[in-house]
Design a protein around this ligand. Structure first.
Ligand code: NAD
Length: 261
């Protein structure tokens, strides 16, 4: 188990891609801190399953990442209970679909706070411990929308472009300290986040559910397949390997060819 003794914090890992990444890292032996919202019994079952996979520790932290004090407190707990964070995965994110002139200001603020600003706070808390240990991995779940835009997603596109830019800047700052910082940019992955935006897109574009899936979601994905959580998680796991020590400042697409077009 090559990650035995290392601790990974995966934000937004009570469902979807984050949970998949947590499982992939646990199966390599990492201790896990999972985070996010959801049903308490379901979260406890996932936490226990992660301990089963790793043979190590897994804890759950309910920090609301839109609140800076909650992020600080999460890192204090990580230091006290897990000896700090060796692998930081900035994965939590949310979406809202609306024409710019109607875009609710509170949704803009939420998306920027969760999808971008929270990663600034987690990185600034994680880097000192990684520097001390001379090893660290920072991975952001960005999106194809970090490279190209779609209409009605102004806040999401802005936040994801920002996440990649910030991660690249950090990669340069920590390049000589044994720490890498990269983003993974999936196309459409079938998760609750994607399912949740179908009704809004139906409304915004006057389409049926099938039209949204085939003509919007998969229209730009040449493979005509949703990306799987496991495919994204496998790349995140690879980035923690010694073989990936010289992959830094990169934004790696897993998008079925979407951004090649
Ligand atoms: P998801 O909705 O399944 O998971 C989101 C996670 O974030 C959940 O664990 C949720 O509880 C958590 N979360 C929400 N608000 C939070 C808050 N305030 N504080 C802490 N945690 C919070 O979504 P997903 O599809 O797995 O998306 C994960 C990441 O992948 C997001 O950043 C998303 O933008 C990105 N992404 C998703 C897709 C896709 O097609 N699903 C494609 C590209 C990028």
């Amino acid at each position: 188990m090559r990650l035995k003794g290392k601790t990974a914090l995966v934000t937004g890992s009570t469902s979807g891609i984050g949970l998949g990444i947590a499982k992939a890292l646990a199966s390599e032996g990492a201790n896990l801190i999972i985070n996010g919202f959801g049903d308490a019994a379901a979260i406890e079952a996932e936490r226990a399953a992660l301990e089963g996979l790793s043979g190590g520790k897994a804890s759950y932290d309910d920090a609301d990442l839109t609140k800076v004090d909650a992020i600080t407190a999460m890192f204090e707990r990580a230091d006290a209970d897990m000896g700090g964070v060796d692998i930081l995965v900035n994965n939590a994110g949310t979406q809202f679909v609306s024409p710019i002139e109607d875009f609710p200001v509170e949704k803009w603020d939420l998306i920027l706070a969760l999808n971008l600003t929270s990663a600034f706070h987690t990185i600034r808390h994680a880097v000192p411990g990684m520097r001390r240990k001379g090893w660290g991995r920072i991975i952001g779940t960005a999106s194809a929308h970090s490279l190209v835009a779609s209409p009605f997603k102004s806040a999401y596109v802005a936040a994801k472009h920002g996440l990649v830019g910030m991660t690249k800047a950090v990669a340069l700052e920590v390049a000589d300290a044994g720490i890498t910082a990269n983003c993974i940019s999936p196309g459409y992955v079938w998760t609750p986040l994607v399912e949740g935006q179908i009704p809004d897109t139906m409304k915004a574009r006057g389409m049926t559910r099938e039209q949204v899936i085939n003509d919007v979601l998969l229209a730009g994905q040449p493979t005509k397949q949703f990306v799987t959580v496991e495919q994204v998680a496998a790349l995140a796991s690879f980035l923690t390997r010694d073989e990936a020590a010289n992959i830094t400042g990169a934004n790696l697409s897993v998008d079925g060819g979407w951004t090649a077009a």
